[in-house]
Write a new protein. Structure first.
Length: 211
């Protein structure tokens, strides 16, 4: 089985250069990955590099903390889409979720999905900071708000994806919604474990090595 179309080929490091982004895009075309995932400042460059290919441009909103104002996240998403982003990975406000402000979290996801429209919206829940009960709660909120995917991690917090979390997320959202495992997926074996647990997309900076 070919796993290339499961992979979002990712480079989100703070010191990433334009040359590295061009290389990322060339690799994504060579290996026919689903997307490249880049920070908003590199969306125009990635869109230019990938023009004419079927590799999508994915970007991150409110990254990596998710603590921006909702209006800021909306404007960031609008600007990125206008510049060529085709998939949006937004970070929830984890503090609001942990404080029990579920309406706030759900409304923010709903507003971002309205901006995304027919484009794919993935909701980064940062599993390493949540209890299992909180993971279930936020996955339900994301589904109710109309998101297309729930995603484990930014890769910039205290931990990444685990098979346990992916399985829990899949059981919560059901078979139709996407589950993206991101953070610490470095080997072919890691990828297989995430897919077996229920992941339908993999975010990794090791895509070429894995394939």
């Amino acid at each position: 089985m070919s796993y290339n179309k499961l992979i979002d080929h990712t480079l989100l490091k703070q010191d990433a250069t334009s040359e590295q982004i061009v290389k990322l895009c060339e690799e994504a075309k060579q290996y026919d990955f689903m997307s490249v995932c880049v920070n908003p400042a590199y969306v125009p460059l990635a869109a230019s590099c990938l023009k004419g290919s079927d590799v999508k441009v994915c970007t991150v909103i409110g990254f990596p903390l998710g603590m921006n104002l909702t209006k800021t996240k909306i404007q960031e998403a609008e600007l990125c889409i206008a510049q060529g982003a085709e998939e949006i990975d937004m970070v929830i406000n984890v503090g609001m979720l942990k404080a029990g402000h579920d309406d706030y979290v759900k409304e923010e996801i709903k507003l971002l999905k309205e901006v995304a429209g027919k484009l794919v919206l993935k909701v980064i829940i940062e599993t390493c900071l949540l209890t299992d009960e909180e993971k279930v709660r936020v996955c339900r909120l994301a589904k109710e708000a109309g998101a297309d995917f729930v995603k484990t991690s930014t890769g910039f917090s205290t931990g990444g994806a685990t098979a346990h979390d992916v399985k829990l997320m899949r059981e919560t959202v059901g078979p139709e919604m996407g589950v993206k495992a991101s953070g610490g997926v470095r080997t072919h074996e890691d990828l297989l474990a995430m897919v077996e647990a229920g992941a339908s997309r993999i975010g990794t900076s090791n895509g070429t090595k894995i394939i």
